[in-house]
Ligand binder design. Structure first.
Ligand code: S5P
Length: 264
């Protein structure tokens, strides 16, 4: 198979249908980074410390806000949004919505998390069908800032059922609303070149092969040369004993080098 070549991030800004994707591509171009760090930590201090120290190296921070033990909106979300402005990154709440439209709309807008208020990006499984995208999109109605959705088209975990026909149908679902659904969580390039979906890829690690619980790691080169636009890295950067700043620089450099090698 010949290697994938794609337009530069910069050249995709003007033509991308999604306002959120245009903003993201601009951040990536300005900061020269295609690294998304997954902030999978348990406390607000750790989350905010990493967001501040690693902020300069990333285009996106991904959160699982429901795992923060001492979470309150005021003490976690307010300062995180402030840091996102200071360091110019987007926030991606990895909520993996998977219910009917009416329920996901409430989960997105209400409760203690109020995700739509602060997360520029969130994601959803395609399993329930079109209603999940419609419900989430309806949840953005009163928000003036850009919001975007990624569908989980493939997963990094061993034995994932999101393959073949399921993946193809997920791509079809995204095509129904490209202003909002700007891309996929996936392991491969999906959609036609001119559709320009943004591919964000987890399961990336330079030093480990897996985690003993089904996670599988590929190298940065593998992911980006295969068509990934943004690499998502968690424990490869902040696991115990790792210097998170040094690792962020390393992944950012590796990601940018692999990207420049595939630009048309
Ligand atoms: O297929 C997937 C989709 C996601 S969003 N595989 C994943 O691992 N993720 C998420 O990416 C997962 O929930 C975790 O937050 C992150 C990977 O973390 P790491 O520590 O294994 O790099």
């Amino acid at each position: 198979m010949s290697p994938i070549t794609l337009k530069a991030y910069e050249d995709r800004i003007a033509t991308h249908p999604s306002p959120l994707a245009r903003r993201l591509l601009k951040i990536m171009t300005d900061k020269k980074t295609n690294l998304c760090v997954s902030l999978d930590v348990d406390t607000k201090d750790e989350l905010l410390r990493l967001a501040d120290t690693l902020g300069p190296y990333v285009c996106v921070f991904k959160t699982h806000v429901d795992t923060i033990e001492d979470y309150t909106y005021e003490s976690v979300i307010v300062p995180l949004v402030e840091l996102s402005k200071r360091h110019n990154f987007l926030i991606f709440e990895d909520r993996k919505f998977a219910d009917i439209g009416s329920t996901v709309k409430s989960q997105y807008t209400s409760g203690i998390f109020k995700i739509v208020q602060w997360a520029h990006i969130t994601n959803a499984h395609a399993l329930p069908g079109p209603g999940i995208v419609d419900g989430l999109c309806a949840g953005t109605k009163d928000i003036s800032e850009e919001r975007g959705l990624l569908l989980l088209a493939e997963m990094s975990s061993s034995g994932s059922l999101a393959t073949g026909d399921y993946t193809d149908k997920t791509v079809d679902l995204a095509r129904r609303n490209k202003l909002f659904t700007f891309g996929f969580i996936a392991q491969n390039r999906l959609g036609a070149d001119d559709e320009d979906f943004i591919i964000m890829t987890p399961g990336v690690g330079l030093d480990d092969k897996g985690d003993g619980l089904g996670q599988q790691y590929r190298t940065v080169d593998d992911a980006v040369s295969g068509g990934s636009d943004i690499i998502i890295v968690g424990r490869g950067i902040f696991a115990k004993g790792r210097d998170a700043v040094a690792e962020s620089k390393r992944y950012r450099e590796a990601g940018w080098k692999a990207y420049t090698a595939r630009v048309k």
